[in-house]
Design a protein around this ligand. Structure first.
Ligand SMILES: Nc1ncnc2c1ncn2[C@@H]1O[C@H](COP(=O)(O)OP(=O)(O)OP(=O)(O)O)[C@@H](O)[C@H]1O
Ligand SMILES: [Mg+2]
Length: 254
């Protein structure tokens, strides 16, 4: 069965796209057939894989707004074992265009059902909001992974996100589970980051990944080079962290 993981956090700049990119590349390197879905009108995931969002004839927008669109025709192979369903900024209008439609929360779920379990993993990069796009990701998903910057202000939004996940679970998608919270941009040596992590662990226990992703300028450098950190600096502890999360997902954790 395909594991469909929505990478969500309504706060901007928490490491969603970085997590989707690196986890996707890590899973593909471990020979897991993986599809990445860009569900953010900012299209950073799409651009990160070298596709020009302004130059695509069809994107995830068409999948959502035109249910007759064949999902397989919108998917681009980007690496061995790794495919991408791209976005463009046109996606920003989908939330408004879908308002009069029935079952508008289910558009993504219905579209990817046509993929018939072909992939081992599907990772969905959500936009920084709790609007209809994120709700579509939560309805399509079997799990949700929350990347969270190791800062106090990031924690404040977490409760709201978890309430939204609960709401979707009760009303729309009973199969949805919280896979875990991944601490990102963790600064070694700061008391603040340590305290935030301790607080997270005491509140959410084993729902917090043991692995933390350290803060490093190498992530920005990798983005400039249009690569995942796993490709740009594969021995870097940021790359190793995402490899470890991938191992946990495929049940190879030591
Ligand atoms: N561990 C890290 N250390 C340092 N910088 C990081 C790390 N992870 C991500 N970044 C950088 O932080 C910025 C925000 O990350 P990213 O784009 O992944 O967040 P996001 O949650 O997808 O943002 P948005 O909500 O805007 O979509 C990027 O410039 C990225 O390169
Ligand atoms: Mg993003």
């Amino acid at each position: 069965m395909t594991r469909i993981i929505a990478i969500a956090n309504q706060k901007g700049g928490e490491g969603k796209t970085t997590t989707v990119t690196n986890l996707g590349v890590a899973l593909a390197q471990k020979k897991q057939k993986t599809l990445l879905i860009d569900l953010d009108p900012q299209s950073a995931l799409t651009a990160g894989f070298g596709l020009d969002p302004n130059n695509l004839s069809q994107t995830v927008y068409d999948i959502l707004v035109e249910p007759d669109t064949l999902v397989s025709q919108v998917i681009h192979p980007v690496q061995t074992y790794l495919d991408l369903l791209p976005a463009s900024n046109r996606l920003a209008t989908a939330e408004v265009e879908l308002i009069p439609e029935i079952r508008r929360e289910m558009r993504l779920k219905l579209a990817i059902e046509a993929l018939n379990g072909w992939y081992d993993f599907i990772l969905i990069d959500c936009p920084p909001s709790l609007g209809l796009l994120t709700t579509n990701a939560l309805c399509a998903g079997t799990e949700v992974l929350v990347p969270l910057q190791s800062e106090y202000f990031a924690m404040r939004g977490l409760q709201m996100l978890l309430e939204a996940v609960e709401k979707v679970k009760t009303r729309l998608n009973p199969h949805l589970e919280l896979l875990g919270i991944l601490a990102t941009m963790y600064s070694t040596g700061t008391v603040h980051a340590r305290e935030v992590l301790d607080e997270l662990r005491s509140a959410f226990g084993d729902k917090v990944f043991d692995v933390v992703v350290y803060k490093s300028i190498r992530f920005a450098e990798a983005t400039v080079a249009n690569q995942a950190i796993i490709e740009y600096a594969k021995k870097h502890k940021g790359a190793l962290a995402y490899m470890k999360v991938a191992d946990e997902l495929i049940g190879e954790a030591a």
